[in-house]
Design a protein around this ligand. Sequence first.
Ligand code: TYC
Length: 101
Amino acid sequence: MADTGTKNRTETAPKTARPPLHKVILINDDFTPRDFVVRILKAEFRVPEAHANGIMLTAHTKGACVVAVFTREVAEEKATRATEIARDQGYPLLFTTEPEE
Ligand code: TYC
């Protein structure tokens, strides 16, 4: 029988590497209205109302809050886009990204 090279394999298939995830972080400031922050979280990150309120309040009281995690490219895109929308409205609201440990 033809040698298919499939017998006696001791190596297991390598695990599919998953891309490292990056956090999108909402930064507090003294000027952006709370309801605007909640609206951006809902519109740009598809966060439900109650969760959006919680994220906003955590950033408001602690200085920052993780919004969600994505691949690096998506995290950076979303953070940039949300920050730009706030700028267009005249607010200093800032979203940053950092790699997840
Ligand atoms: N601190 C803002 C205020 O009192 C509200 C706010 C919350 C702004 C969270 C940014 O990431 C933020 N109007």
